[in-house]
Design a protein around this ligand. Structure first.
Ligand code: COA
Ligand code: MG
Length: 293
């Protein structure tokens, strides 16, 4: 998933628009973009939308962001949306393996009740929204086969830290959030799941968005969340492997295939070893998913 577009669950017009936005995934939000007294109505719109959208051909992946485990709202969220069979739920304010195992059990119960195959519903977790979350980010590995991605957020973390700002005057994230970003990246790599970059809230600034996408890709993120449809094209473009990158990855794979058992090989005067092969294979998988390989 290169682009994951957030849509408030109580905004039917935006939900429809998101389906044709070109986003690889749509995240129907029941959490921060929904006022407390509208949660019930939003659950109903979310379930109706997902049920309908699941039947579309060539549809984006459909995620629902539920409310965090400490809110007491998660069970009602899941009761409402799991019968609509979303591809995944997004778990905000996740705190390591314990919260994934807890959510896995909740999902398993609902899947059994509605007759879905066990494990159908994947989990993408937001791994840096509380201070405690930063200290348990190393525990996601092996927590659940449902876990398919980790992402990070700066807004809730800055509130929890009591910060006055999370970006400097030039719009760059300050140290605590750079740390959260790096922790998310390492946590995802350790858990062998996708690392997804956080939202860029300044949605009219395409130049800044592009730079943030390129920085993220450089560091190992393979997708980014969006809050506005205008952000989708840039995100998809930056996270689609280039023709040159694909050609290079194919050359690495072919060179290792030509020398079975070799641990290290040389291509055009540079050394490549097994980790390079794994990187090349992952890039080709992403290229295939993006329809360019
Ligand atoms: N998904 C789908 N469509 C969206 C959208 C989104 N996230 N954000 C905006 N649009 C639509 C608008 O409805 C509008 O449609 P129209 O031309 O048919 O009227 C069009 O795109 C242009 O919108 P624009 O006027 O530029 O923005 P806005 O002022 O209406 O909305 C936000 C700005 C930030 C309120 C809106 O982008 C939004 O709701 N984003 C998601 C917020 C969210 O889910 N946050 C939680 C995660 S951080
Ligand atoms: Mg939040």
């Amino acid at each position: 998933m290169r682009s994951l577009l957030f849509v408030p669950a109580d905004a039917p017009k935006k939900l429809d628009k998101a389906m044709t936005s070109g986003a690889d995934a749509v995240i129907v939000d029941l959490e921060d973009s929904i006022a407390p007294d509208r949660k019930g109505a939003a659950r109903e719109t979310a379930a109706a939308f997902v049920r309908e959208a699941m039947t579309a051909t060539a549809r984006p992946r459909l995620l629902v962001r539920v409310n965090g485990l400490s809110t007491g709202l998660t069970d009602d969220d899941l009761d409402a949306v799991i019968p609509a069979r979303p591809d995944a739920i997004m778990l905000p304010k996740a705190e390591g393996a314990a919260s994934i195992i807890h959510t896995d059990a909740k999902l398993a119960a609902r899947e059994a009740i509605v007759g879905l195959p066990a494990g159908h519903t994947r989990i993408v977790a937001i791994a840096t929204e509380t201070a405690q979350a930063l200290f348990v980010a190393g525990t996601y590995r092996g927590a659940s086969r449902r876990l398919s991605g980790l992402t990070w957020g700066a807004e809730d973390l800055s509130a929890e830290l009591g910060a006055e700002a999370n970006r400097d005057a030039d719009g760059n994230f300050l140290d605590p959030y750079r740390l959260a970003r790096a922790i998310c990246l390492a946590a995802a790599a350790a858990a062998e799941v996708q690392a997804i970059d956080t939202v860029h809230v300044d949605f009219r600034n395409e130049t800044a968005l592009r730079r943030e996408c390129e920085d993220a890709r450089r560091d190992g993120f393979t997708g980014k969340m969006a809050i506005h449809p205008a952000q989708v094209a840039v995100i998809n473009e930056v996270f689609t492997p280039t023709a040159a990158a694909i050609a290079h990855a194919r050359a690495v794979v072919a060179a290792f295939a030509a020398q079975p058992g070799a641990g290290t090989i040389g291509i055009e005067g540079r050394m490549y070893d097994r980790p390079h092969l794994a990187i090349a294979q992952r890039l080709l998988t992403r290229a295939e998913a993006a329809g360019v390989a």
